[in-house]
Ligand binder design. Structure first.
Ligand code: MTE
Ligand code: MO
Length: 386
């Protein structure tokens, strides 16, 4: 079968779909460290994992509107300056299972673990594009291109990918050529060679943007006049209002989702918990898209009537300051609050980003048929065992 040569995976992962392989870590694993270990980082695949046997022959072709492409070999990419960017990758479908409880949505079910924070090592896309004659901070390429498309079409296996065939996505040229946007062609994850599940030998990482744009197993980069017309850009990963259903959907009316909204979730507790009376530690993650830092995380132990502010951290030993240069702007923060739980109740978390965006109170108001961007207040139940 096409899935006969899948990579080995950690047995503790929660598998949401076997073929293609989609899995997330247990909640508690998400908050055991600021940088998510590779084996516990969620895996989101739309098809079988490609195999690259000969790294010396592996190359990425780059073209700017005309046919004659530049071939970029791994050694060319390794010769460019190397950057390490700590960035949180989040699937737009994170927390989809909870959205489905309101009204059924289409897509792989996820609890709160379709998210992870890694140190990505690689070359900056802005440097790669400069090498082929597109200057930094360009909005339009010398030949008139405005979008940068990433593809992985060459593997024979990719042709059978879910619905849309080869996997592709695009980002605006202005973002691709902006060195401060930190878009990477990554070959390392947490200081190790990227593994097959996460895109070996080379993947795109677009910080602050839904995971779907960070194309794995990169095969070609194409400068286009228009946005990529691929399935996953045009017929998926778009946010529709609650009134739109499968019988009245018009995909062309919405833009592809790029940045993700402010998000947080409680990871130290399951959906329903039985605890002894007394203090409970509430730990979780909070992150916002577009490099917007986290201003505040509020925790409630009475279903949202009263709130306390949680403490926030990134790297151990350094205080987190939402707009400070020394903090990782593309990365999540971990939060922690201690609370007395005198009686059975609902514990809630909500985050606020530096622009004042706040998570919505209920999932009902943001329900959408593809079940993306469930950023509603995260709630867990605690029952007191007397
Ligand atoms: N790239 C390719 N080639 N094929 C894919 O199926 N899935 C995308 C993106 N890049 C995908 C891909 C989606 S939807 C997400 S959320 C991220 O990869 C997941 O990356 P990860 O598996 O490394 O966590
Ligand atoms: Mo995704």
């Amino acid at each position: 079968s096409d899935y006969a040569r899948e990579p080995p995976r950690h047995p503790a992962l929660l598998v949401n779909s076997k073929e293609p392989f989609n899995a997330e870590p247990h909640r508690s694993a998400l908050v055991s460290s600021y940088v998510t270990p590779v084996e516990f980082f969620y895996k989101r695949n739309h098809g079988p994992v490609p195999i690259v046997d000969d790294i010396h022959k592996y190359c990425v072709s780059i073209s700017d509107l005309v046919e004659n492409a530049t071939e970029l070999y791994m050694k060319d990419i390794l010769e460019l300056p190397k950057y390490a960017v700590t960035a949180t990758l989040q699937c737009a479908g994170n927390r989809r299972t909870a959205m489905s409880k309101t009204r059924k949505v289409k897509g792989v079910g996820w609890d709160i673990g379709a998210i992870g924070n890694a140190v990505w090592g690689g070359a900056k896309l802005a440097d790669v594009l400069e090498m082929i004659g597109i200057p930094k901070f360009s909005r339009i390429s010398p030949l008139g291109g405005k979008h940068v498309e990433f593809r992985n079409p060459n593997s024979h296996l990719a042709l059978q990918e879910e619905n849309g065939g080869p996997y592709k996505a695009s980002i605006p040229l202005s973002q691709a050529t902006n060195p401060e946007a930190d878009v990477l062609l990554a070959y390392e994850m947490n200081g190790e060679t990227l593994n097959r599940d996460h895109g070996y030998p080379l993947r795109v990482v677009v910080p602050g943007v839904i995971g779907a744009r960070s194309v794995k197993w990169l095969d070609s980069i194409n400068i286009l006049a228009e946005e990529c017309q691929g399935f996953f850009v045009q017929k998926d990963y778009k946010m529709f209002p609650p009134s739109v259903d499968w019988d009245n959907i018009d995909w062309s009316t919405r833009r592809p989702q790029m940045d993700f909204p402010v998000q947080s979730a409680i990871c130290s507790l399951e959906e329903v918990n039985c605890i002894k009376p007394g203090k409970v530690t509430v730990k979780g993650y909070a992150v916002s898209g577009g490099g917007r830092g986290i201003e505040r995380v509020d925790v409630s132990t009475d279903g949202g009537q009263t709130w306390i502010e949680a403490s926030k951290s990134q790297k151990a030993g350094t205080p987190y300051v939402s707009d400070d240069e020394s903090c990782d702007k593309w990365a999540w923060i971990l939060f922690e609050a201690e609370a007395d739980i005198p009686e059975s109740s609902e514990i809630v978390a909500k985050a606020v980003d530096i622009t004042g965006n706040i998570q919505p109170e209920n999932v009902q108001v943001i329900w959408n048929l593809r079940g993306i961007l469930n950023t509603s207040w995260h709630r867990v139940l605690v029952q007191i065992a007397h």
